[in-house]
Each structure stands twice: as C-alpha cells, then as structure tokens.
Design a protein around this ligand. Structure first.
Ligand code: SF4
Length: 667
C-alpha cells in the first residue's frame, strides 16, 4: 500500500525544501512538497520532483565497475575495496599520502557526506582542493567587510521598503524567496532588479536596470558617488561603526560619473535614482552567486557591501547586504566529524587550477584521484585540460550514481545511493536557517551503497576502522553537539522533521562585527594594499584587454540551468537536451541569426556548438550557455571558460570570458 513519508531535498540549492514522498512496494512513486515545512510550505521545483526519476532510473550504476583494456567490467565490492585499499597503502608507503588528490564538490548536501574528509584525514592527509567554483570570492569579500557572510532571516523581507535583487534570478534558483517577493510587493515594497539578463524575476520588478556583465561593482561605486554628492549617506553609522571610509571617498572621487556610466552602460540618472532608493531606508540588497565569478569578483561584492553600509542599511530590520548565510552551516560541529587534527601531511591545490596542478605536481606526483559529490570534467573550467590531467593520473576512482563524464574516464566507479536510500540531515547555508531530517525510505538498487559505507569498509582495510565504528545516530549526535546543549536534539529533529537553528535573524544589529577592528571595514585592515577597494574590471573586457575584446567581442555567461542541478539531470530529461546558445538581440541582428540556427561559439580555449535562442532582454553583446551539459548532449561550456582565479578567496572567473560566434553549417 502507498505510504506518504516526510523527507528532504538533498540538492545543492538555496531553498532546502521539505518533501512528502509517496512510497509503494519499496519504490519511490512521487516527490511532492511538505505543506508543514515552515519556509518551503509544500512547494518544490522540477529539480526536486525529478529525484523520483533519478532514484528509479535504469541508468543507475548498480555494481562496482573496473576499467579493463578500456572497457568497464563488473567486479565485486570485495575486489573493488581490496584493490583500492591496496593502492592507497602502496601510495602511502612509496610516496606520501598527499600523492592522493581528493576532488570534492557539493552535488548533495547531506551532513554525513562530509565524512569523506574524516577518511582522508585518518589516512594521513591528502591533497585537498581549496577555493570555490561558485561563491568563494564573495564569501571572502564579506569576511573582509563584516568578518562573516550572514544573511537576514527570510521573513525580514517584509520589513523592507525597497528591495534590490542584484544578479540573482530568484524565480529560477530560489523559488520560495520569489514567493516572498510577490507578497512583499503586495504589502507595498518596491522591487528593483539589477541584472544583465531580463529574467523572470526582472519581470515582476518595479524597475529593471540592465548592466554590462562584470561591471556591478563599478555601478555600486557610481551609486555611492551620487549618494555622497547628494549628502544621503548615514554619517552616524559611518563615523561610529566603520573603518576606512576616507579610502572610499578618495576612490569615488577618482572617476567621473560619466565614465562610470560609459563603462557600466547604465545611465547617470539611474545611478542618481538608485542612490535615493538606498537612502530611503530600510533597503535590502540580495546578491546572487554570479556577480563574483570574475577576476574582479571579490571587489564587486565589497563595493555592493560598501553601498549598503554607507546608506546605513546594515544591522537594521529590512536592510542587509545578503549574499550567503554561513551561520546555518556554522551551527554544526564539523570538526567532530572530520578530525582535522589526524592529518599528518597536507597539500592544497586550487579548485580552479586543479588540472594544471595535477599535471605539474611533484614530490609527490599525483598517483590517485578520488572524486566524491562532483563531476569535475563538466564543472571545472577549461575542460580539455581537466580531461588531460585526470586521464594522465594512474588511478581515478569516482563515487557516483550515474556514469557522468568524469565517471566515464575512471578506473573504478563505485555505485552510491540517492538521498531516499539513506538517512541524513540537510541544510543550506544560502537562505533559510532550518535543518531538515531525511529518513531512509527505500532500499538501494543493485549493490549501490552509501558513501559512508564505502569509507567505513576502506577504513577497516587500512587499519583505522575504529574511527568509523559509529551508528548513524552517533554521527548525527556528533554533528548536532553544539545544538543539543540548547535543547535542539536529534530526537526533536527526527520527530519534527525540521528544526529552526539559533542564528542571528538581523545580522550585525549590535554593530559588533567580526573583523579585526570590530568595525565594518571598507578597507580590510589586515590585508595590506589588497584590502583597499578598487575600480577593477573583468580581465576579459575591452577596458582591461582591448585586443582580446576585438577578437572576441561577446561576453559569455554560464548560468545555472532551469531543470538541472548543475550537471545532475541532463541525462534524465524525457527528450534529449540540446545545447542552447542564448544571445542578445543586437548579436542576432549583426550576425543575421535567427532562433534555431546552429552556431559555433569559440575562443582560444575551445569551442562548443548549439542552437540559437534570441534573448530579447539581454544586455547588448551578451551570450548565455547554461552550465552542466554532458558531453553526449553537446559538451560542457567549460571548454570555453578560464581557470584564472578571482581577486580573493580563490574563486572562479567563469563569467570572465570573451567569445566569438558564427553560423555553423555542419550540424
Ligand atoms: S532543488 Fe531547491 S527548490 Fe527544488 S526542491 Fe530541491 S531545495 Fe527545493
């Protein structure tokens, strides 16, 4: 008989939804929203619903696989684990444990997914990745400014007079916030959307401001300049609670508003109007995670933070410079789980440059890569180089549910469970502050096993089995230790299925910032010259690199897809996905292109081919190709992107990318 069970979305997404899952005969039949979840209230997106298809897909990897003479053959778990453990022992004895690279990303958000780090720490410490493909530069920026990256609680939006959505298409990526925006508008709030793409969120705005991609920081500087000219700044906040304001004044005086207008492609009067909007408090700013994917990305977030601070919108209800909400993840005891003190060796590679670093590594060279929760061949920039690096490594082990592009390259593929086949706790450090409980609902198909089982079995073979000799409840209790002291226990979470975490709902309301000075820092004191705000522009732009811009006149964005969580769903669509090249109307006109035309998009790093879709509202000379597309459907757009790092936080520069395009007749 069918049964409806509460569960939780495991995907790396802003919303961290509560689910109601229909289960019948040990099979997931349907995934719906849980109406009793305090934030997500029964609504979920197509990506969440698709977890049913994902769980039941006949394309699941069901058995451990080993590549023999270029072909995958099925082997037993015993053989797979024995062989991988023997290789790990051999590497430790002959080289150093850092000859193993752990390539980890965030395909799923379960708290116990972090036990891979415990395994590698107990093994002796391996080469780990640092930095971020996604939000790293912005996180680092907010740490310099505030000391941490915290957001206001979701319902605080109803205290805002004005709401600025800056580079964040919440209708696509943060649907419950979108619902709140509609309600806030009904209550009288004014909504402003700043974005190079006229997207679904822009459609509900009172005013839409289009900006040249990567020039958002400069736009913030222009608004600050106008705010100071009009005397609209919050002098009390600036004088009592900030450090380095004189540097900001000097900076905005060094450039004319007309020059900013020319570079951002935003009219001067728009900047004047936005200065008045920011000063008409409370004004909340909500930033997206694409703004900082440029060479100048950290500085961009810092200038937007500075605008919120100068206008006095920090620490007040209805205000804030909302980017990430790290205080959610900071509620758990990750060090109890991961045991960083057990590491004897340690080496770090930049996540952006992992391919270059693998190819160049010596003392020791990389002998094995183990990939967890990720598909680097699709998601990491400069795909050709990533493929070369991973293919040249003696042993590549991939733990996954499907034969992704990275799994296809592997020597061993270990089949893992979906969220409904194991018990875990889920949260997201992006938006709301509730942790959700996800029970095991069905058995895993074939021989698929949870990641935790794989680490436990390998640990036994490598002599540190005791470090993994805990029940699921014991692991959960370790993670929840700081919360249990406040009465937020595992029992309570299991019975309620979701639990509110004790976070600051209005960050910095006490004006006690976590910076070295205890103040908001316009100039990051401990960063030397690098700590000053600048008027930096993207590296691949006509302002920084005119020759390159002449050859490659169009700016490429690679935004989050609508129906897939990064690269996870493309192979599950009912009809075969096609690579869509979305172009601004002026490009279509200049190149004589129409919807459906087949084109080649290229630069010095590579090329991709796909079908034209004209985006009438895109900023001139802008192209978008959604990220995550598998090789069999046209290939990753990361063949075009660069592995350069952003100005801080070792973040990505995925949007800092110039390309050219032309019709291709060889379809
Ligand atoms: S992907 Fe995001 S919005 Fe969709 S169901 Fe999961 S958490 Fe909710």
């Amino acid at each position: 008989m069918a049964e409806v069970r509460k569960a939780a979305c495991p995907l790396n997404c802003w919303d961290s939804c509560g689910f109601q899952v229909t289960v019948e005969n040990n099979r997931v039949m349907k995934v719906d929203g849980d109406p009793s979840h305090p934030i997500t209230k029964g609504k979920i997106c197509g990506r969440g619903r698709m977890l049913e298809t994902r769980t039941n897909s006949p394309a699941r990897v069901l058995h451990p696989l080993k590549k023999v003479n270029g072909n995958f053959v099925q082997i037993s778990w015993e053989q797979a684990l024995d062989e991988i453990a023997a290789k790990l022992t051999d590497i430790k004895e002959k080289y150093r444990t850092t000859a193993v690279l752990h390539s980890h990303d965030y395909a799923n958000n379960g708290i116990l997914k972090n036990l891979d780090q415990r395994f590698f720490n107990c093994y002796g410490g391996v080469t780990e990745l640092y930095g971020s493909l996604c939000w790293g530069a912005g996180i680092e920026a907010q740490k310099w400014d505030f000391g941490n990256a915290w957001s206001h609680e979701p319902d605080d939006i109803f205290n805002s007079k004005n709401i600025i959505i800056w580079g964040r298409n919440v209708a696509r990526t943060n649907m419950h916030f979108y619902e709140k925006l509609l309600d806030a508008k009904k209550q009288g709030a004014k909504l402003y959307v700043i974005d190079p793409l006229y997207n679904a969120t822009a459609k509900i705005a009172d005013e839409y401001i289009t900006v040249k991609p990567g020039m958002d920081g400069l736009l913030a500087a222009g608004i600050i300049k106008e705010m100071l000219r009009l005397g609209l700044e919050d002098r009390v906040f600036i004088e009592q609670f900030t450090h380095g304001f004189a540097d900001v004044v000097r900076l905005v005086k060094s450039i004319s508003l007309e020059k900013i207008s020319e570079m951002t492609e935003v009219a001067c009067e728009v900047m004047t109007r936005l200065a008045q909007v920011f000063a008409d408090k409370p004004t909340a700013t909500y930033m997206g995670l694409g703004l900082q994917r440029y060479q100048n990305g950290g500085n961009t977030i810092r200038l937007i933070d500075a605008l919120a601070a100068i206008s006095g919108n920090i620490g007040i209800a209805g205000g804030g410079a909302n980017y990430a909400n790290l205080q959610v993840g900071q509620s758990f005891a990750f060090e109890e789980l991961t045991l960083p003190e057990r590491r004897q060796n340690h080496r770090q590679f930049s996540i952006m440059k992992q391919a270059e670093e693998v190819l160049a590594a010596y003392a020791p060279a990389i002998k094995m890569i183990i990939v967890t929760c990720g598909n680097p061949l699709t998601q990491v920039p400069d795909t050709h180089l990533v493929e070369r690096a991973f293919a040249s490594t003696p042993t590549l082990v991939v733990i996954d549910q499907f034969m992704t592009d990275t799994a296809m390259l592997a020597d061993y593929v270990l089949p893992t469970t979906t969220a409904f086949e194991e018990e875990d706790l889920y949260y997201s450090s992006m938006y709301h502050h509730y942790v959700n409980y996800g029970p095991k609902l069905v058995s895993a198909p074939g021989e698929a096993q949870p990641d935790l089982w794989i680490w436990t079995e390998l640990a036994k073979r490598l002599g540190f089995g005791d470090d993994f000799n805990f029940s699921r409840d014991e692991w959960f209790q370790m993670a929840l230790k700081p919360l249990a002291e406040k009465g937020l226990t595992l029992e309570k979470l299991k019975s309620q299925h979701t639990m509110e975490l004790p976070v600051e709902k209005i960050p910095w309301h006490d004006h006690k910032f976590q910076t070295p000075s205890g103040k908001y820092e316009f100039t990051a004191q401990q960063k030397g010259g690098q700590g000053r705000l600048t008027l930096a522009v993207p590296n691949e732009s006509k302002w920084a690199n005119p020759e390159l811009a002449n050859e490659y006149p169009y700016q490429l964005l690679t935004i989050h897809p609508m129906r897939s969580n990064h690269s996870q769903n493309y192979h599950l669509f009912a009809s075969k996905p096609k690579l869509k090249v979305e172009i601004a109307a002026n490009i279509a006109e200049e190149r004589g292109l129409q919807n459906g035309d087949f084109v080649k998009v290229w630069n010095d790093r590579g090329e991709v081919k796909g079908f034209i879709s004209i985006l009438a509202g895109a900023h001139p000379n802008t192209i978008n190709i959604d990220e995550g597309i598998w090789r069999e459907f046209g290939g990753s757009v990361n063949k075009l992107t660069s592995s350069r790092e952003s100005d801080n936080g070792f973040g990505s520069t995925l949007y800092d990318c110039l390309v050219n395009l032309d019709k291709d007749i060889r379809q």
